[in-house]
Design a protein around this ligand. Structure first.
Ligand code: FES
Ligand SMILES: [Fe+2]
Length: 387
């Protein structure tokens, strides 16, 4: 009996792996290329270079005379991280590798000197490291991970985020788990009704028992869903009523929250955590098991009201929403990751009705993502010997 069950499961798995409806999504453990991603907060990049891994690629961010540059964090000579290098020629846009002194122009990545080979070194002008298009906007450094000419940043970001009156408060953390699990958790309509029902933020808020008639919707590149009025409580056959006895909770007022996910992997929740605040979160792949998590609280205002929003964020919303509420999500993603990474979870999962939002997202990525990130794409330069 046991062996026939195992046989069936195995066959089922093989069949599903042959017939995945979203093979490009399955391959995208390191995310999607040819998009702009947030890299770090601008004020964190000062005199010292910063090394970051993004979509599996090693990048170095450096600021010279106020201007910011990003290049491959790997010396063309023997692969030493350039991020431990020095600026030997103050006033120039260069960085010198710590090992043998190859010196690069950070604007174009070209080797402009090999200090230990003398000023006439034939390697000069021949060796090069990759540079990345970057932009500083809204207090963040954005980087384009891709090939060829970068599209405009405006093309990849919602217009409202770059508006002059958009006030952003941002939290950046490194989280465990593949970026796709984090993105799916963001969109997942049904976990909120259970996982978050006793968060600090929602301690006094009545939560539904179940979301009903979830139907997916793709509008202007955003994957979202609609639903009919949720079941506030229900009688589960043989078990009884649930939830019950939550007399201290009150129904939420105001318009319903709209949750939408967009390529290459960021979420908009409108409103959250309070009316007139919009929440964005980016899941930037670091490697296959980690992502950098950017949480934005955004309000469109100026002057005194902007200041009031910033204070409310730092006294209140940051801790309730970004730290505690989203911390519950972080824990789930971290605990779920081994199933997907080590136990064939992408084939073994058993999805249920409300997951139709997730499968719509997966298909959307499969059909519309510009390119799947493959780490070989940064390693495919041929070996060179120049004497
Ligand atoms: S490894 Fe960078 S100069 Fe040798
Ligand atoms: Fe959540």
């Amino acid at each position: 009996m046991e062996s026939s069950v195992a046989h069936t499961v195995d066959q089922d798995r093989q069949h599903r792996s042959r017939t995945s409806p979203w093979p490009r999504y399955d391959e995208a453990a390191l995310g999607f290329r040819n998009y702009w991603y947030p890299a770090m907060m601008s004020h964190k990049l000062r005199r010292r270079p910063v090394a970051l891994r993004i979509l599996g690629e090693k990048l170095l961010f450096i600021r010279h005379q106020g201007k910011c540059f990003a290049l491959e964090d790997r010396c063309a000579h023997r692969g030493m991280p350039l991020s431990i290098g020095r600026c030997e020629f103050p006033g120039t846009n260069t960085i010198t590798c710590r090992y043998h002194g190859w010196t690069y122009d950070v604007a174009n990545g070209i080797c402009v000197a090999a200090l230990t080979d003398g000023p006439d070194s034939p390697i000069v002008g021949k060796a090069k490291v990759k540079t990345y298009p970057i932009k500083e906007r809204k207090g963040l450094i954005w980087v384009f991970i891709g090939d060829g000419e970068a599209c405009s940043l405006e093309e990849d970001l919602p217009e409202e985020l770059l508006r002059p009156d958009a006030v952003l408060e941002v939290r950046v953390t490194l989280r465990a788990g593949n970026w796709r699990l984090a993105a799916e958790n963001g969109l997942d309509p049904s976990h909120a009704a259970y996982l978050h029902r006793n968060s600090w933020l929602t301690l006094f808020r009545k939560f539904p028992a179940a979301k009903t008639n979830v139907s997916p919707q793709v509008v202007d590149q955003w994957v979202g869903y609609t639903q009919t009025a949720p079941l506030m409580e229900a009688d589960y056959p043989g078990l009884g009523m649930w939830p019950n006895g939550e007399w201290w909770k009150w129904p939420r007022k105001g318009s319903p929250t709209k949750t939408q996910l967009r390529l290459p992997g960021y979420l908009r929740v409108n409103p959250f955590p309070a009316p007139s605040i919009v929440h964005f979160e980016w899941y930037v792949p670091v490697d296959e098991r980690h992502h950098r998590y950017f949480q934005f609280s955004v309000k469109w205002t100026t002057g005194f009201k902007a200041l009031r929003f910033r204070l409310a964020y730092w006294f209140w919303w940051r801790w309730l929403a970004h730290v505690q509420f989203n911390g519950q999500d972080a824990r789930m993603v971290k605990l779920m990751d081994p199933f997907y990474a080590e136990e064939d979870g992408w084939r073994r999962e058993k999805l249920y009705r409300p997951d139709v939002g997730l499968t719509t997202w997966r298909k959307h990525c499969h059909e519309h993502a510009r390119a799947v990130q493959k780490i070989a794409s940064v390693l495919d330069e041929p070996r060179e010997e120049i004497f």
